[in-house]
Design a protein around this ligand. Structure first.
Ligand code: ATP
Ligand code: MG
Length: 407
């Protein structure tokens, strides 16, 4: 990709924002604020979100999920039927178009359960595991944390349907393992934390939390086992056990819920077992905040010059900045492209300083600069954004070196 053909614009100055992630992502041209908690995702963010989604999708497929896209518009009657409309906390977060009696999807337990009534008749039709990537809408009262708390945000949600508690439990534990793998692949150190079921279930749920000073959650953790408890359930802990845990701030990047038969019973989703008896379907739901993840990564990976996203989620893996009039920069750019490196050529008609500052701000994991000085020795400069390490490399070794750094 050539930067002259890629829609993006960094900002030199910007007013302070509520959050570090919004400030950095907006300054670097990833996002553009529309209103509090509402953002447009610009091409740089779209590339990062797609990479996050790809990792999540691969793991959800490996878990046995089938991808769907359900409607964001949902009849209000759906929520009345499950009884959730009576829940004041739930009703407060749902956007409603009163004229059409339609709501904007805040979550999808009900629509998924309704849909399965058509396809699940006998035990042979179970389990069913469906997931989607979707924009969710919630009236968040304190939308002051950039992508961490959107009123409109991207979520991966998965719903599982099982013949009994035991098979649900087994899947639930597999899902928890898969979640930890997803976060590890994204470069995040996640803790599995017991929390309340919120507006979803009366049981405990499991949250996946990433320690971060600016996080909105407070959790008590054991660093050895990478487990812990959300502050909201701390009154259920014994004082002696509590003393062994450390209290830290964190961001909830995922949440999984054992739903039991709450929703299947509300919609009479039943199946016939091997003896021909009607049985309740056991359910679970499993969310990951896709856009919150981008915000989390921005909160954690940065310095005074800008973003330092890990290469598996950065919009591009490398940038080539050619400060000479020779064609060498072009050649390196096309060689890298040919080898499958996601490289951008900064071919804009801009000052060298601007290109270098932008490279740090956007945070390309690898910056290659070809200048008159490096050209003298037949070399090119490679700077790793993560560590700040700078090396001079022979032109013929560039591709190999970049590939090695990215592997
Ligand atoms: P929170 O406690 O932070 O309000 P939640 O428990 O209401 O979140 P869930 O319903 O569990 O959220 O949603 C699944 C995942 O979606 C969360 O773990 C989080 O990563 C993400 N998420 C939830 N609400 C938001 C939001 N307002 N903006 C961005 N991401 C969100
Ligand atoms: Mg949650």
């Amino acid at each position: 990709m050539r930067l002259s053909n890629f829609y993006t614009k960094t900002r030199r100055s910007m007013a302070a924002q509520d959050s570090k992630n919004a400030y950095l992502l907006e300054k670097a041209g990833y996002i553009s604020q529309v209103a509090a908690g509402v953002y447009a995702f610009l091409p740089l963010a779209v590339r990062s979100l797609q990479k996050i989604e790809t990792i999540v999708r691969e793991e959800m497929n490996a878990l046995g999920g089938s991808e769907v896209i359900f409607s964001a518009l949902q009849p209000k009657s759906t929520w009345e039927k499950s009884g959730r409309w009576e829940d004041k906390n739930f009703r407060q977060i749902v956007y409603l178009d009163p004229e059409a009696d339609m709501t904007f999807g805040a979550t999808h337990e009900e629509p998924m359960t309704i849909a399965l009534k058509q396809s699940v008749q006998s035990y042979r039709d179970l389990p069913v595991i469906l997931f989607q990537f979707q924009t969710k809408f919630r009236k968040e009262l304190r939308a002051k944390s950039g992508l961490l708390r959107g009123r409109e945000f991207r979520m991966k949600d998965l719903y599982s349907f099982h013949p009994d508690e035991e098979s649900h439990h087994k899947f639930y534990e597999d899902a928890a393992k898969t979640y930890l793998k997803v976060f590890e692949r994204l470069g995040l150190d996640a803790y599995r934390v017991k929390a309340s079921g919120g507006v979803f279930t009366d049981e405990f749920s499991d949250e996946f939390q990433v320690i971060c000073e600016t996080g909105e959650d407070e959790i008590l953790v054991n660093h050895k086992t990478k487990t812990g408890f959300n502050k909201e359930v701390e009154d259920k802990l014994k004082e002696t056990d509590k003393k062994k845990l450390e209290r830290v701030k964190a961001i909830e990047v995922g949440n999984i819920f054992p739903l039991g038969t709450k929703y299947s019973d509300a919609f009479d989703l039943k199946y016939l077992d091997a003896s021909g008896d009607r049985q309740s379907v056991w359910m679970g739901s499993y969310g990951i905040g896709i856009s919150r993840l981008l915000g989390t990564l921005a909160e954690l990976f940065n310095d005074e010059h800008g973003l330092k996203l890990p290469s598996q989620v950065a919009p591009f893996e490398a940038v080539v900045i050619n400060l000479t009039s020779s064609k060498t920069g072009e050649k390196i750019y096309s060689d890298l492209t040919e080898q499958g490196v996601e490289v951008l050529l900064d071919d804009r008609d801009e000052m060298a300083g601007t290109k270098l500052v932008d490279a740090d701000l956007i945070g390309y994991p690898i910056r290659l600069v070809y200048s008159a000085k490096t050209a003298q020795d037949g070399k090119i400069e490679i700077k790793e954004r993560g560590s700040g390490k700078v090396t001079l490399v022979n032109l013929e070794d560039v591709v190999g070196r970049v590939q090695k750094l990215l592997s």
